[in-house]
Design a binder for this molecule. Structure first.
Ligand code: ATP
Ligand code: PAF
Length: 277
């Protein structure tokens, strides 16, 4: 029997970058959505490092965030990840694989870690890999996480919006997260901090989407396809913004399909959890 965990996809609407020498403390502030479209991760312990594999939708891939989790937990395993989400398109698939591996591995090996410790292991591995800063803590919390302080708890501190809206999304292509967060992030972070202030002053779903839309433009991250889709959704009376960090647009409720797009539909959902055997 292999232990399995479900980790929601996580779309960040806006963020600021907060580096630190300690990868548990480093991270981002910002806000996002945990989605019912996510990643189901199974682990099967193996005898030694030569047996380590990550199969993503059946294909052998490299994901340093997952390798980091195995290293930190001192374990060797064959990891299988199944997802309907696009990779590198702003859904935190690597964070989901890291967190799912940590949760399932602990269950499989009766490893004796607490939730908080496993979240810290996955967060630190994701930060070191350079593939995310805030997805893991958002995926662990679920709902509409607001990351008030960067890093994994107890340094990191989250609140959230209690709303659970329907969400649609469409992807026009990927963006290299490591390239963006490894580059000059000063202007981006200023825009992210301003967006967090805006949401703090008016903590509603509509403010979240509006502040995210403004952030994407101020940070100069939108592409022509993304801009057009956002404008089309607004013209049809809906609310949409860009998913960080991908060429992806998300909309509230049926905003994209009402604007004529062939979008995928899901919901805001609860945080990561082990699945029944
Ligand atoms: N087919 C693939 N395309 C892109 N990346 C892949 C693929 N297979 C495996 N990977 C690995 O998956 C990880 C993708 O991380 P990346 O941060 O770009 O995307 P993500 O986790 O889906 O989320 P986000 O876009 O929200 O940052 C990398 O570690 C990369 O090496
Ligand atoms: C950097 C990031 C946008 C990548 O998905 C995310 O991890 C976040 O919000 O910190």
């Amino acid at each position: 029997m292999t232990a399995r965990a479900f980790v929601p996809g996580h779309v960040t609407g806006f963020f600021s970058v907060h580096p630190d020498d300690d990868p548990v403390v480093a991270g981002s502030r910002g806000a996002g959505l945990a989605l019912s479209d996510g990643v189901t991760v199974g682990v099967e312990p193996v005898a030694d490092p030569s047996g380590r594999r990550l199969l993503l939708n059946g294909r052998a891939v490299e994901m340093p965030a997952v390798t980091g989790v195995l290293d930190r937990l001192g374990a060797d395993a064959r990891v299988t990840a199944e997802t309907e989400l696009p990779i590198s398109a702003g859904f935190g698939v690597s964070g989901a694989c890291a967190l799912g591996t940590a949760l399932a591995l602990d269950a499989e090996t009766a490893g004796g870690h607490t939730d908080r410790e496993l979240v810290a292991v996955a967060h630190a591995s994701e930060v070191e890999a350079g593939t995310g800063l805030g997805d893991v803590v958002g995926q662990a919390r679920g709902g509409m996480p607001i990351r008030l302080e960067p890093g994994a708890p107890p340094q990191g501190y989250l609140d959230g919006l209690p709303a659970r809206p329907g969400v649609e999304y469409i992807t026009f292509g990927g963006l290299d997260t490591a390239e963006v967060i490894g580059g000059d992030t000063e202007a981006l972070s200023r825009a992210g901090e301003a967006a967090l202030e805006t949401l703090h002053d008016s903590p509603t779903v509509e403010t979240f989407v509006g502040a995210s839309r403004r952030f994407a433009r101020e940070a100069r991250l939108t592409t022509p396809d993304v801009e057009t889709a956002i404008e089309d959704v607004q013209a049809a009376g809906g609310e949409a913004a860009m998913a960080m960090l991908g060429q992806t647009v998300f909309a509230l409720d049926d905003g994209l399909s009402r604007a004529g797009y062939d979008a995928r539909s899901c919901r805001v959902t609860a945080g990561a959890t082990l699945l029944e055997a």
